[in-house]
Design a protein. Structure first.
Length: 89
């Protein structure tokens, strides 16, 4: 999804907004790819910029890595505190 898969940053959101994503022509599952054919996104990724309610978050996080880190930290902490006891296989 990004050229820096082992780095935690906001590049995913920036790439969603700035790259021209086109349908990948292949026999595998439906994907989008960049013009250089080095990056890919799934339809579920592109929905984030197609839906106005999600797009506002993509725009904020693409411009403000500190805000993304702060919001991610809060959400991740909440998940940790709530635990996973209600998950079903």
């Amino acid at each position: 999804w990004t050229p820096t898969p082992t780095s935690f940053n906001n590049l995913y959101f920036s790439l969603l907004n700035t790259v021209n994503w086109t349908k990948r022509d292949w026999s595998g599952p439906f994907q989008y790819e960049d013009d250089g054919k080095k990056l890919m996104m799934l339809p579920t990724d592109l929905v984030l910029i197609q839906d106005d309610k999600f797009k506002q978050f993509v725009d904020v996080y693409a411009k403000d890595q500190t805000k993304f880190f702060a919001d991610f930290s809060k959400a991740f902490n909440k998940l940790e505190e709530l635990g996973t006891s209600n998950l079903k296989a």
